[in-house]
Design a protein around this ligand. Structure first.
Ligand code: L34
Length: 295
């Protein structure tokens, strides 16, 4: 039986409509326009696409967007200076430095430099710590998007076995944490697998909900999952080009075979990706709201 598709693009649209109402209210009642600064270092093709999508989403929603593109050989000091400028700019409520950064720049140092109240990615250790103890204002965009996909597709997580594959700071670690919080959308039993895991399939086969974020095209195949699993595929891998020069994308999950066994699955593209952008918009609005009454 073919799986139900969890359509991130559609769910995303719905959430953006809700965000648009909030923005209207902020502008009308408080004269406040949320502002997002995006910084893109270098010219990684994926990063360019994603930052472009972020800028476009801001424009459509009426969020002020300040995009800064700087060359790959920019020094760490110059990038830190730019972050500091936006930390002090009252028009900017959210700051996003697109990752990955060039090798000569210490990404940790850059993340530490972002004012935590403007850290709409939720990458700063203060915000990561708050996330762990369940008191965060922002949730990281991709994990937050996954939570909303599960919620809005009617997937209950409480008491389920969630298996996460991939231990990145940006997806795997935070989503595992969110899934085990004693709160709606969480309360799951969580297993976190990674490159050190022996017999990965033994774990993925146990999953009621399988979340994969490893950046390896079609790595999870049908023989690695059980019937009725709900699959969230976070991977966006560029695996080639059509004769017309359009990029071909594949997830971390072998969609064609796995969808035969799954109860529900996210497609790539049009699954988790658009949700990441949408939750960034949401966090930017939250960051703007938090400044009301503090000036
Ligand atoms: N600082 N760096 C920072 N914050 C982030 O939240 C990100 N990420 C990840 C990479 N670096 C980051 C993103 O924005 C990944 N990511 C992201 C965002 C959007 C999409 C994919 C990854 C997305 O919209 N993907 C589309 C396909 C777009 C295409 O044609 O390439 C999709 O439908 O999946």
């Amino acid at each position: 039986m073919a799986a139900k598709l969890i359509k991130g693009a559609e769910i995303s649209k719905q959430i953006r409509e809700e965000i648009a109402v909030e923005i209207e209210e902020l502008k009308g009642k408080h004269g406040l326009t949320p502002g997002l600064a995006t910084i893109l270092v270098g010219d990684d093709p994926g990063s360019k696409v994603y930052v472009g999508q972020k800028e476009k989403a801001c424009d459509k929603l009426g969020i002020y967007s300040a995009r800064t593109d700087i060359p790959a050989d920019t020094s760490e000091e110059d990038l830190l200076g730019l972050v500091e400028k936006f930390n002090n700019d009252p028009k900017i409520h959210g700051i996003l430095v697109q990752l990955p950064l060039p090798k000569h720049i210490d990404a940790t140092r850059v993340i530490y430099a972002i004012e935590p109240d403007k850290d709409v990615d939720c990458f700063h250790p203060v915000n990561v710590g708050k996330l762990m103890i369940g008191t965060a204002r922002f949730l990281p965009c991709t994990p937050h998007g996954i939570m909303e996909l599960l919620k809005r597709s009617g997937t209950d997580t409480s008491g389920k076995h969630v298996v996460v594959v991939g231990r990145s700071n940006i997806v795997g670690k935070p989503i595992a944490n969110l899934m085990l919080q004693r709160s709606p959308g969480g309360n799951a039993t969580v297993t976190l697998c990674h490159t050190g895991t022996k017999d990965l399939a033994a774990f993925t086969k146990m999953a009621d909900i399988l979340i994969v974020a490893i950046g390896q095209p079609k790595a999870i195949t049908a023989d690695m999952v059980k019937d009725g699993v709900v699959v969230i595929d976070v991977g966006v891998n560029r695996i080639g080009k059509t004769p017309e020069g359009k990029g071909i994308l594949a997830g971390d999950v072998d969609f064609d075979s796995v969808q035969e066994k799954a109860a529900a699955i996210t497609p790539v593209p049009g699954g988790v990706g658009p949700m990441t952008i949408t939750m960034l918009m949401k966090n930017t609005v939250e960051a703007a709201k938090a400044t009301i009454g503090t000036k």
